[in-house]
Design a protein around this ligand. Structure first.
Ligand SMILES: *Cc1c(COP(=O)(O)O)cnc(C)c1O
Length: 471
């Protein structure tokens, strides 16, 4: 007798087959995405590749469970398996980060930040965080975010070397007495000094919130100092560096029993309420299963090795780009990220992004300090090494990537803030180089038949781009 197929695996298999048969229009788009991911050098700093087992967990029938509340205290019946899954995810999150408390329900780091701020700051209260143009995040009180509408946001910036200006942080804290000080960035290539942030928070009686959305993998692997016991709450995304599904986490270490603003309620209890019912409804059970799976992988030695490579690769990338004449912000990097400053050059962030994408290299435009160009144009390019390290590429591969990137920018004639002409011969040559690297360092998704059988230029449809045009 053949081994019976486990029901969840059978369901996923049948579902995928039915999708292809019954909805070829959608299936084709999803298939093309697999090809695209294999055939591009993704250097978008906020991404990682989810293991196929993570993707499978995210597609589990567990998704059909509706269950407000927390394990053992749900507002709906039928959550017995989900309770076990959520408890497993919580245990693994605590384990991965050495935390005493974890909430695995936030639908994103943005929702995690909103929940934490709602718990710790009264409406109209003051928060102190890094300025968006200096590498901060929208949810840290930007006027474009609900956090900027409901709180009085004060922003600190960078010093002359592009590092966090801790003296300014301390001075602004003293002047504005914020309820919350946020330590966390979306575009900053240097190590954050969480102990120094904590000392500043303590000096004015503020809670310290660490947002490690971008560097969670480095923190879990010990490649960046951990804020877990220094911050009153730590938030993160699960997809940027953890190889997880879309989603967020709230973690607390030593401060889990510290009272909240009411002087009574422990921070852990406060965070439970802050997520549900204060800011979210039902959790996403399959996403929580996928978080549990990703967090198990984070605990494996291979993850630590990958994170080591992420850091080594970023340093190699920064060195190579500098040697090729590019201005790298702060002169280098400590983490996974390299920021190129295009200020004062005809090249803009959006043109660099588009010209590179035409060639199969993905990196996103980014504002730089004192950027004078509009937010959709920008004067910076942000690169990250998460996915290239996951592909097994090392510093030598990074030098090849830097050379390809340089070649694209050299071959791009800028005609305006958004208009450019990319030399077709150079484009094809770079595409061939990209295809060669992609074939040599395949994605850690296992073999996918029919993918990468030919050069990238043979699948231009998957790029979906028209040359020289910025939408
Ligand atoms: C990306 C990011 C977020 C938002 O994460 P989502 O999970 O996409 O909502 C929050 N904070 C920082 C610092 C980020 O970089």
């Amino acid at each position: 007798m053949p081994e019976p197929v486990p029901p969840q695996a059978e369901l996923l298999h049948r579902g995928a087959a039915a999708l292809s048969a019954a909805d070829p229009e959608l299936a084709r788009l999803l298939d093309a995405e697999v090809v695209l991911q294999h055939a591009t050098l993704a250097m978008v700093a906020s991404t990682s590749i989810a293991d196929p087992s993570v993707l499978a967990a995210a597609g589990a029938a567990l998704s059909n469970v509706t269950a407000e509340g927390y394990p053992g205290a749900r507002y709906h019946p039928g959550a017995s398996q989900f309770d076990l899954v959520e408890r497993l995810a919580v245990e693994r999150a605590k384990q991965a980060f050495g935390a005493a408390y974890a909430n695995v329900q936030p639908h994103s780091c943005s929702s995690a930040n909103q929940a934490v701020l709602a718990a710790l700051v009264r409406p109209g209260g003051t928060i102190l965080a890094l300025d968006l143009d200096s590498g901060g995040h929208l949810t840290h009180g930007s006027p474009a975010s609900v956090t900027g509408m409901y709180y009085r946001a004060v922003h600190y910036g960078l010093d002359d070397e592009g590092r966090i200006d801790y003296e300014q942080v301390a001075a602004l804290a003293e002047e504005h007495r914020p309820s919350v000080l946020i330590a966390g960035t979306s575009a900053h290539p240097r190590t954050l000094d969480f102990a120094r942030f904590r000392a500043i928070a303590d000096s004015v009686g503020a809670y310290l919130v660490a947002d490690i959305s971008h560097i969670a993998g480095l923190v879990a692997a010990g490649e960046h100092p951990t804020p877990i016991d220094l911050a009153h709450a730590t938030t993160t995304s699960t997809y940027k560096q953890l190889g997880g599904p879309r989603g967020g986490l709230i973690l607390i270490g030593r401060e889990h029993a510290t009272p909240g603003p009411d002087g009574r309620t422990p921070l852990s209890r406060l965070m439970q309420r802050a997520v549900f019912p204060l800011s979210q409804g039902t959790p996403s059970p399959a996403a929580i299963a996928a978080k549990a799976r990703a967090l198990a992988l984070v605990a494996e030695p291979a993850f630590k090795e990958t994170m080591r490579l992420v850091v080594d690769n970023a340093a190699a990338l920064a060195d190579s780009l500098t040697a090729l004449g590019h201005r790298v912000l702060t002169g280098g990097t400590d983490n996974h990220m390299v920021l190129i400053d295009l200020t004062g050059r005809p090249m803009t962030g959006v043109i660099a992004e588009r010209a590179l994408e035409e060639c199969g290299i993905l990196a996103n435009r980014n504002r730089v300090p004192d950027d004078t160009r509009p937010p959709l144009v920008t004067s910076g390019l942000r690169l990250g090494t998460n996915i290239l390290a996951q592909r097994g590429m090392g510093p030598a591969g990074m030098r090849s990537c830097a050379a390809l990137l340089h070649r694209v920018l050299e071959a791009t004639v800028v005609r305006g803030e958004r208009e450019y002409v990319l030399d077709a011969g150079e484009r094809d040559a770079v595409r061939a180089g990209v295809a060669e690297l992609c074939a040599r360092y395949p994605l850690p998704l296992g073999p996918v038949s029919g993918v990468l059988d030919g050069p990238v230029s043979a699948v231009p449809a998957v790029f979906g781009l028209r040359a020289g045009e910025v939408p």
